[in-house]
Design a binder for this molecule. Sequence first.
Ligand code: KIV
Length: 266
Amino acid sequence: MISIKTLRELKKRNEKITVLTAYDASFTKHLEQAGVEVILVGDSLGMVMQGHESTMPVTVDDMVYHTKMVSRAREHALLIADLPYHSYLNKEDALKNAQRLMEEAGADMIKFEGGGEFVAIAAHLISNDIPVCGHLGLLPQSVVELGGYKVQGREKTAADKIIEDAQALKDVGVEMIVLECIPQQLAKRISEEVDVITIGIGAGVDCSGQVLVLYDLLGITPGKRPKFSKDFLAELESNKSITAAIEAYVKAVKNLEFPAEEHCFN
Ligand code: KIV
């Protein structure tokens, strides 16, 4: 089984960590077969599976339902589940909902978005033996406040705040942080200066690992794909199968070929 200790060792020997989303048992089996180290039951399921405009309508019951399906098929990978919108506004709700995702649904770790006031929530979960993954930069649950899905941390004050939040999360015991849509130089700085596992999505090649939404990687997502993603299935020259596309992603991340410059922001 992959543990946080395994991921720390990968980071220490500069081997990139591969993370992908899954929302059901069949895709989880493909991820396992391709050797993906971490599976994320992301609240992106609200957009790619449920057809909502944002992740905000996703409920804790939805996350428990999908995490259970993934958990049944998971063999080796570390399983992270997202706390959805408004499910961690105070310590009591955060703990109750995180415990459901761990105990009822089978997650190993819980992810939620934000620094600042949410650092105390992270500390509370960790003191109750719940491993926490942070999420900084573009926060899809705050898309209304952010005015859209835009790159974050381009100005110095915004960049400093993201670094400060990453350090504060680390200081209370957060072991892993997803960095979404931030300039690659900023992600590099955080990865070097904060002693934490960084997982990038639109954050450049210098993070400890990469994550993508599986539906983007397989070209399932209708319409325009985000700049930071890549349709690995479409780009296969032969043997076009789902497992081969996921294996191509794993290989590209491990060889530092993904993300390429065209998938990054400055
Ligand atoms: O919900 C999700 O799938 C995520 C990833 C995009 C990191 O949070």
